[in-house]
Every structure is written in C-alpha cells, then in structure tokens.
Design a protein around this ligand. Structure first.
Ligand code: ATP
Ligand code: MN
Length: 467
C-alpha cells in the first residue's frame, strides 16, 4: 500500500486485459440476478468506478459488508464492457473490506441531502459528488494562482497572521491574548481580564489576527518588486451572510513601479488565466456544477475568458446608473458605495461583460489609496463580474510621504502605528499598486455554489467552529 498506487481516474485509461486494483469508498451496491454492481470513488476524479462482481466470486458474507460508506480494495481485471457508453469495466476477483459503515448509522446515505445538512457532517461530505468536486476545484485553483504569479516572476511571501496593527479598519478583529491563560477559564477570569493591562500581555500591546497582509506585502514589494501573498485572514464579521466567513484566504499581489493601468492589466490577465486553467483541468467537475448548481456557469466562465474587460470611472458608472431608470433598492448618488444590485446591472445589463471601475470617492476607500489631482477621488479599482459583482478590489498606493501622513491623520488613525509604513515613503519610495481577492469568493464564482460555507472544508462563522 504505497501512495503511488493507481487512482481510480487512471483506471479508465487502462486497456482491456489489464489486471488492476482499486481503492475507495462505496457509493452504492446493487444486486441483480447472478451479478452485483458496486460504485466506488476515491476523490481522484468526478466519475465513480463501477465494479462488477459475478455471483460466486466473493463470499456472500463479505458481499453483505460492502455497504454505502465502507472502505474497500478490489483486485480484478479491466475487461471490455458489454454496456453502452463505456469501453471498459472493472471485473472483481476479490475484495478486502477495510472499514464497514453500519447502514443503520452512516449519515451520508441518501442522495439529495441538503447543503445545510451536509454542513453538519462536514467531516464526511467530501465523499459525495458535490463536495468532492468543490474541493478538487479548490485545489486546482490554488495551484493555478501560484502558477500564474510564479510564471510572471512574482515572489510568494508570507505575511504575519498575528499583528498589532488594524491594517485599514477593514473589519472587526479577533484579539490574540495569553491573559486568559494566566487567569484560568472560570467566571473570575473575565473580571480579572478586564482589569489587566495589555503591557502584561504576550506582545506587550493589543494583538489581533490579521485582516489583510497588504501593508506587509507592500514592504516586501519595495525591495523585491513583484510579490504576492496567499494566506489566511480573519474578520469578526457578525453578519452571518452567505458571502462572509470569519476565516478566509486572500490573494494579494503587490507591484513596485506599477501604475493603476498595470494593476488593471494584471487583474484582467489573472482572472482569465486562472479560469481558463480550471476550464482545461477541471472540466468534469465544472460540467457537473453547470448541470446541477448554476445553469449559466460555463457560458459565463467562457465569456469572462473571451471578452475584454470594460474600464470606466466610478463617476461615469454613477451617471449611467442614475439614468438607467431601474428601480434599485438602494439609491445611487455620487459618493455612495455601490451595492451588488448596481454592480450586477452594470456588468450584466449595461455593459454585458466584466467591468473595472476606477477613481472612487476617497471617503469610501482606504487611507492608502493614491489621491487624484481633483482632491475628491483616489486611484482605486474594483473588478466587477457578471453574476456576483465585485470580485477584486485594488488600487495604486499613495507613495508621497506628505500626502499619506496627512490622510492618516485626517482619518483619525494612530500615526505612531504606521511609522514603518511611512518609512517606505521616506526611503526610496516608488509608485506601486496591488489588489486583493478573496479566495472563497473566487471559488463561489467558478463553481456557482451559493453559500461561502460550501467552498471551504470547515467554515468559521458566528457561533460555528466545529471540526
Ligand atoms: P465586502 O464588502 O464583501 O464585505 P470588503 O470590502 O470588506 O468586502 P475587502 O476589505 O476589500 O472586502 O477585502 C478584500 C476581498 O476579500 C474582498 O473583495 C472579498 O473577496 C474578500 N472578503 C472580504 N471579507 C470577506 C469575508 N468575511 N469572507 C470571505 N471573503 C471576504
Ligand atoms: Mn466587509
């Protein structure tokens, strides 16, 4: 039993006459006169392997133990298939049952269980069609993202998970502390904790789980030119929406000597290339999502790959929205943040392809974005995609020391905390740009899954930290 054994996906390529071994978990067993059919899967591909067992080959007693969920190894031969739609099939000579799954208790029995129910048995759901497909696409997508950047000379960097700076006020943060340990976990700990000083804490000051690696990534870019992070981020979002997790993964490239145009070009190339990679390498899984989850999936993905992204300013977009005559739930006016209904109208109805909006009002964007000459807008860019709206958010960063310092103060942020960030503008500052993409949002887009809890193996949301 070596990890280099054959996967089920390889068995489909073997010609008739080949002896073969198949390991996996039983999906179903069906007995008819003189023959049993067992479907097994090992997660290596979308397709199950159908194992044919002729009566008398395997003792009746053993056959009974081969129930849904059991883990097995079949030894047999690849033979020509009399059935239509397949050239070969797997004929078993013998079986080993590693672990039984008592049909009276195995929770993953029936087809068509709801996603809500499957979340409660997230430790088993990867054995089913949908979640096998989701996590294969997740794996390939991560690989395609690394490949995209490495192929272009970007360096992969790791930024801290524990941080003492609230990067940009991006969201509520989780505190990291050892004070609780010092006080035990009883009811008295709470009061004692309140009275304690952060100077006594592990880091000597308040520390948190990071909400973004961007500011740290900028420091590496201003020395290594093109870098990217792909790491976990944490936000104590209390919203309980289908688009927010408390723990999610973020991809953040940062490029020195790069303007907003360069940033937009990278974002467009990035989405196209990663999606194309998935179309090429996960076709069976995407086909399934297209059939069962989101009927427009493949057509939108092909469309994104093949169309030039429209580029327009926020001001122009607000103008078009205002003139659209659409009965939006949220009003649109210059200075307002666009809602996804607006973003979807722009991409789906007005333009009919992805749109990159630029030059947003500075008051709805972060302090580090480069200010335009008009004094009102900043060099921000959001990439909006049909079906979901914003998928990427980025900007050219403010590289001028004085302007940045003034903006930090204006926004009421603690100047002292940003001494190192400001230093980057004191010594060898350069125009630079970058963007951020939530990995799970990307996965929702490419799979059509509607709840972000269903594109990560074990979700962390308010009240939920099982597994
Ligand atoms: P939203 O408006 O959807 O809350 P945001 O404006 O807070 O997003 P950013 O701070 O720009 O998001 O974060 C960068 C990217 O991280 C977003 O474009 C999105 O893809 C992703 N993201 C943000 N918050 C979450 C979350 N709670 N769970 C999963 N992904 C997230
Ligand atoms: Mn948010």
């Amino acid at each position: 039993m070596d990890y280099r054994r054959t996967y089920i996906r390889d068995l489909f390529d073997l010609p008739p006459g080949n002896p073969a071994t198949a390991y996996g978990w039983v999906k179903t067993r069906r007995d008819s006169k003189g023959v049993s059919f067992v479907q097994i899967a090992d997660g290596s591909c979308f397709k199950d392997l159908q194992v044919v067992i002729e009566a008398g080959t395997i003792p009746e007693e053993t056959l009974k133990r081969i129930t849904t969920g059991a883990s097995v190894r079949f030894d047999g031969d690849i033979v020509e298939s009399p059935g239509e739609g397949q050239e070969t099939e797997f004929k078993a000579h013998s079986v080993e049952v590693y672990g039984e799954a008592d049909p009276a208790h195995y929770p993953l029995q029936k087809k068509g269980a709801s996603f809500e129910f499957l979340r409660e048995i997230a430790h088993l759901r990867a054995r089913g069609n949908t979640f096998g497909a989701v996590f294969r696409v997740r794996s390939r997508c991560a690989y395609a993202i690394h490949k995209f950047f490495i192929d272009r000379g970007f360096h992969n960097i790791h930024t801290p998970i524990i941080t003492a700076s609230d990067c940009e006020g991006a969201g509520a943060m989780f505190a990291v502390t050892t004070l609780l340990d010092a006080q035990g976990h009883g009811p008295e700990a709470k009061a004692a904790l309140r009275a304690m000083e952060f100077s006594e804490d592990f880091f000597g000051k308040p520390a948190y789980l990071t909400v973004s690696g961007q500011l740290d990534a900028e420091t590496l870019a201003l020395g290594m030119t093109n870098v990217y992070t792909f790491g976990p981020t944490f936000r104590a979002e209390n919203s309980g929406t289908s688009r927010h997790l408390a723990e999610f993964w973020m991809i953040e490239p940062e490029m020195a000597f790069c303007s907003l145009e360069g940033n937009m070009n990278l974002a467009e190339e990035f989405l196209k290339e990663v999606i194309q990679d998935l179309l090429d390498n996960c076709s069976a899984d995407l086909e399934f999502f297209n059939q069962r989850i989101e009927p427009d999936l493949l057509s939108t993905l092909h469309h994104v790959v093949n169309s030039g992204f429209e580029r327009m300013t926020y001001t122009e977009a607000v103008d078009r929205l205002a003139k659209s005559g659409e009965p939006f739930e949220f009003p649109v006016f210059w200075g307002s943040d666009l809602q996804s209904e607006h973003e979807r109208w722009l991409t789906e109805i007005d333009v009919g392809r992805p749109v990159i909006l630029t030059d947003y009002p500075k008051d709805i964007k972060a302090f580090y974005m480069r200010q335009n000459e008009d004094g009102k807008t900043v060099r921000a860019m959001d990439v909006l995609a049909p079906r979901i709206g914003e998928i990427i958010g980025g900007s050219q960063r403010e590289e001028r020391y004085d302007v940045l310092e003034k903006r930090i103060v204006e926004m009421g942020l603690p100047l002292e905390a940003y001494w190192w960030y400001l230093d980057l503008r004191r010594f060898g500052s350069v125009p630079h740009s970058g963007f951020g993409l939530g990995f799970e949002r990307m996965l929702m887009y490419v799979t059509g899954m509607k709840n972000i809890r269903d594109v990560i193996p074990f979700h962390r949301t308010p009240g939920s930290a099982e597994f």
